[in-house]
Design a protein around this ligand. Structure first.
Ligand SMILES: Nc1nc2c(ncn2[C@@H]2O[C@H](COP(=O)(O)OP(=O)(O)OP(=O)(O)O)[C@@H](O)[C@H]2O)c(=O)[nH]1
Ligand SMILES: [Mg+2]
Length: 226
């Protein structure tokens, strides 16, 4: 499947008030820890659509899960890079599974651990048919790094749809932020697959969180009637 086919398969966000409201409602519902996977086979049997949070260590994956769900401590965020070492599955209202992945590119981690996390993450990304989108988080102060480019190429090859999310948007100056967003979008446009537009977020200030909730709600199972 090519990227454009993937994209054609998905509803395109129109940024309307109704979409924002649907996102708000979905993410206001209960979100439960399901399990932590340590081996490639350690994944929940589920047919719910899944969204995975990927990115370099310390980029803000766990913080974004917390910001979206409005819970400060659902996913363990930390100043110490390499905090998340497993695949952590959260069930959002039985309609969407959120998966917090271990970060890559953490130079100080023991090589053995890195190999383990990378193997685990790779196996997951390749073999999960219900994975609807990978959110590829990039620190808005630093932009894309070679390790991110490798992941993008691997996702292109596996025909997994991904969306770049610039994090920590409260940190750079406004002109730095827009330069980073433009450069990232330009580079993304060179990839084979057509991907959703770059999102700009801050778990700290809440910037872009409501819009991202709305986009993800388009991928979730519909709410039960009644
Ligand atoms: N200023 C600011 N800091 C943030 C933001 N998001 C995360 N952080 C901080 O960045 C650090 C790392 O955040 P995490 O959410 O643990 O990052 P992670 O990507 O899950 O890290 P690993 O699990 O180690 O790969 C923490 O100190 C967070 O408080 C943000 O939007 N703004
Ligand atoms: Mg984490």
């Amino acid at each position: 499947m090519t990227g454009s086919e993937l994209e054609a398969d998905e509803a395109q966000p129109d940024g309307s008030g109704a979409e924002l409201e649907a996102g708000r409602k979905l993410f206001a519902q209960r979100c439960d820890f399901v399990m932590a996977g340590v081996k490639p086979d350690d994944v929940p049997a589920s047919d719910r659509p899944e969204i995975a949070f990927a990115g370099r260590s310390n980029v803000g994956k766990s913080s974004l899960v917390n910001a979206l769900t409005g819970r400060k401590t659902l996913a363990r965020a930390s100043n110490t890079p390499g905090r998340t070492r497993q695949l952590i599955f959260f069930d959002l209202a039985g309609r969407l599974m959120l998966v917090d992945l271990p970060g890559y590119g953490y130079a100080k981690a023991p090589k053995q651990d890195v190999a383990l996390w990378t193997g685990l993450t790779r196996a997951y990304l390749k073999g999960r048919p219900q994975l609807r989108r990978v959110l590829l988080l990039i620190d808005s102060r630093h932009g894309l790094k070679d390790s991110d480019r490798e992941v993008m190429t691997a996702l292109d090859k596996a025909a997994v749809s991904y969306q770049v999310v610039l994090t920590k948007a409260d940190k750079p100056k406004p002109d730095e932020l827009s330069r980073c967003a433009e450069a990232t979008a330009a580079e993304l446009a060179k990839h084979v697959a057509a991907h959703p537009a770059v999102a700009v977020t801050s778990a700290e200030s809440g910037q872009g969180i409501a819009e991202l909730r709305a986009e993800l709600a388009l991928l979730a199972l519909p709410a039960a009637a009644g």
